[in-house]
Design a protein around this ligand. Structure first.
Ligand code: ADP
Length: 546
């Protein structure tokens, strides 16, 4: 017997219609590429999203055709989020920090028909447009009078002219909620980019879950600053959850330096911000020497790479901001776990609470997780056993776009498919997951594993170290030994001092064999340390005494 409730597909268009009707006057504020601040409301977003949908109809785009963006976090990008997906097309957000050849490769692979780009990326588009054979419409996200002449890009038009001529009325189509809504290519830190293809259903379920109190806790009383980019994993789904909850949205545009972010937080009364650790490093690096404090910021969600304990402590103790550690990945829409305390933890002393906060957190309802050993046997949740982390759920990838890479799932006895995350983790009895490492970054020394994350966390706890990466280097006896690579400027610490700093903080055999100082640690397209490149840079490096 089936239930007798109304069956309505979960569609992204319903989010923007809801935002328009129920909190149409809530603000959306953006720092623009032009440098000024733009402000309008959710009702304006809805109106202009309808114009986007009409513009796509006028371009004769078919259902499920791909519309690409190369854009910062801003209001026009937000309009495309709703206008493209809501009208049944697929929003393909491209990461502009990828190599130009990779961008052209991705645009071709996705068969993008329209490409909308911020003016920052005009030179990039001029360099790659001839290689993007499927793109028929080029749209610059600017006013008509700002469109440069003679760009060499065929038929280039300004976004404002493109949507400006369109009607503000649009009847959002109704279709199967499993229809593709947006796509994002993995950043390729682990090989060729492959695309996760999200659906309306997966996006809406993720939007509900992300807003929950023990997840990102978003409400109509918040002013939310997603520093995490809209060009990678939909800014962790914040644009959708924001439409659902009616919070004020504040977009940083291209200005991601500490000073600009700080000024925006203060000027717009931001209560909650989300980003990767490298961004917050820059923010704290600006605030400390200038003796600045936050007046409205209460919470920040930090994820994408392990958040160093020193950063959690600095936010909490020096600035009174709660840090929520989060873990996820492109293939997971992206949220998997968030670290919030349970009631029983509130009475614990601060250091005990800190130990919990450092973990990547508890699974969100909708994400099922387990750790397995090399034979695929499930390991206990005792906080000690570590193994490969597998996940399943309605917003987790089933297969990659165009079936690239074959079937990625691992079947269990009941025939359920589990997605292997490539991470190695422990899970404790309370369900808190802690990433030990990425399986390819873990250092295998004498048959034991050393967590590169742990080695890095100790290094950055040293006051003179802002960024550190730990990599394994071949060793004739131990197979691999850890070396910690430290960014030089500001690092007024010697090799010997830093190695001595490890004493008593970790097991002796886990202390790195050497410290290498470099001018810069290479960062990937999503702001994470690029260890593949670092290993390349240090390919001729030899461990002392080998
Ligand atoms: P990529 O395309 O590089 O895989 P993702 O953004 O999908 O980019 O990265 C997902 C990976 O990032 C995870 O599998 C994990 O290794 C790492 N990661 C994400 N959040 C955290 C975190 N809080 N702590 C440690 N690692 C994290």
């Amino acid at each position: 017997m089936l239930g007798l409730m109304q069956s309505q597909p979960l569609l992204i268009s319903s989010l923007i219609e809801f935002a328009d009707r129920h909190h149409g006057d809530a603000e959306v504020v953006s720092r623009r590429v032009e440098g000024d601040i733009h402000r309008y409301t959710w009702s304006d977003v809805a109106t202009r999203a309808r114009q986007v949908a009409n513009a796509l109809d006028a371009c004769k785009l078919q259902f499920s055709d791909r519309v690409a963006t190369l854009a910062w976090n801003g209001y026009r990008h937000l309009e495309l989020y709703f206008g493209v997906s809501g009208s049944g097309r697929v929003l393909h957000t491209i990461n502009p920090r990828l190599h130009p050849d990779q961008i052209a490769w991705i645009a071709n692979h996705a068969e993008d028909q329209v490409l909308c780009f911020d003016m920052t990326f005009l030179p990039l588009i001029q360099a790659v447009h001839a290689k993007c054979g499927t793109v028929k419409h080029w749209v610059a996200l600017c006013d008509a009078d700002k469109l440069p002449q003679d760009t060499g890009i065929p038929g280039l038009q300004s976004y404002e002219a493109w949507i400006g001529a369109q009607s503000k009325q649009y009847h959002w189509p109704e279709f199967d909620e499993n229809t593709a809504s947006s796509m994002c290519y993995t950043s390729g830190t682990t090989g060729n980019p492959k695309a996760a293809l999200y659906s309306h259903r997966s996006t809406l379920l993720h939007a509900y879950a992300a807003a929950l109190p023990d997840v990102m806790c978003m409400s109509a009383r918040d002013a939310v600053l997603p520093v995490v980019p809209m060009f990678h994993v939909n800014a962790w789904g914040i644009p959708y959850s924001a439409a659902l909850t009616g919070c004020k949205l504040v977009f940083p545009g291209p200005a991601l330096d500490g000073k600009s972010i700080y000024e925006l937080v203060e000027a717009e009364g931001v209560s909650y911000a989300a980003g990767v650790p490298t961004i917050w490093q820059m923010l704290l690096g600006h605030m400390k020497p200038n003796n600045l404090k936050f007046s409205t910021l209460k919470r920040t969600v930090i994820g994408g790479s392990a958040c160093p304990p020193a950063m959690i402590a600095a936010f909490r103790e020096d600035y009174g901001v709660e840090v929520l550690h989060a873990w996820g990945m492109t293939e997971m829409s992206p949220l998997g776990t968030l670290c919030t305390l349970k009631n029983k933890h509130l009475q614990l002393p601060e250091e005990e609470q800190m130990k919990i906060r450092l973990k990547q957190g508890r699974a969100i309802f909708g994400v099922d997780m387990k750790i397995v050993d090399g034979d695929g046997q499930e390991l206990p949740w005792d906080g000690k056993a570590y193994g490969d982390l597998l996940v399943r759920g309605p917003w987790i990838l089933g297969e990659y776009f165009k079936g690239e890479g074959g079937d990625p799932l691992i079947k269990d006895e009941q025939g359920h498919g589990w997605f292997p995350t490539g991470d190695v983790a422990t899970i404790d009895a309370d369900g808190y997951m802690q990433i030990t490492d990425r399986s390819k970054d873990v250092i295998k020394s004498g048959g034991e594993w050393i967590s590169s994350i742990e080695v890095e966390n100790i290094a950055v706890a040293h006051p003179a170290v802002a960024m550190a990466a730990c990599i394994g280097v071949k060793h004739p006896k131990w197979d691999e030994r850890p070396v910690v690579v430290v960014k030089k400027p500001g690092a007024e610490v010697t090799r010997e001092e830093l190695l001595a700093f490890y004493e008593g903080k970790t097991a002796k055999w886990q202390i790195p064999d050497d410290v290498v100082f470099v001018d810069a640690i290479p960062l990937g397209a999503t702001g994470k340390m690029l260890k593949t490149k670092l290993r390349d840079v240090l390919k001729d490096y030899k461990l002392p005494n080998t």
